[in-house]
Design a protein around this ligand. Structure first.
Ligand code: RTP
Ligand code: MG
Length: 155
């Protein structure tokens, strides 16, 4: 089990295969960096079927579940852990609505996507799910325990 600093909050953010294929990795990472959150984990990863199914297990009865899993395993993803106060809800705002047609311009999905089935990025929907997903996608030792020295200028 990965350790957590009780004072901090973490979110699992993932650039989905379409985001990688379309060359949006740098832009997406840049948005979280500029906001001021701290990057604690980062890797390019080919998702196995069972991990994709486990990640979205809450949706397994939904009609789109098979297509969703097929989408997530269709190419490499970028797995990230971002940390900071309120990062889970804030990341969801930066990402925008699930259906990109409802996502505001200025959000990632609002700027880059059209349909829910190709919505470029994932963000945890609660701090508890954030920790669940981090434990699912990262092994012990893959996360780096560091504090950015810029923090006094942000927090
Ligand atoms: P995510 O988990 O990927 O961050 O997305 P979310 O919270 O905004 O939406 P969620 O309800 O968790 O759904 C997970 C992903 O399933 C696909 N989806 N397709 N065709 C559809 O109606 C539909 N609904 C959801 C999307 O890729 C969504 O991000
Ligand atoms: Mg979700």
């Amino acid at each position: 089990r990965l350790t957590v600093n009780a004072a901090s909050e973490r979110s699992y953010i993932m650039i989905k295969p379409d985001g990688v294929q379309r060359g949006l990795v740098g832009d997406i990472i840049s948005r979280f960096e500029r906001k001021g959150f701290a990057l604690k984990g980062l890797k390019l990863f080919q998702t196995p079927q069972d991990l994709a199914e486990e990640h979205y297990s809450e949706l397994k009865e939904r009609p789109f579940f098979p297509a969703l899993v097929k989408y997530i395993v269709s190419g490499p993803v970028v797995c990230m852990v971002w940390e900071g106060p309120g990062v889970v809800a804030s990341a969801r705002k930066l990402i925008g609505a699930t259906n990109p047609l409802n996502a505001e311009p200025g959000t990632i999905r609002g700027d880059f996507a059209i349909v829910s089935g190709r919505n470029v990025v994932h963000g945890s929907d609660s701090p508890a799910n954030g920790e669940r997903e981090i434990a699912l996608w990262f092994k012990e030792g893959e996360l780096v325990d560091w504090e950015p020295t810029v923090l006094p200028w942000v927090l």
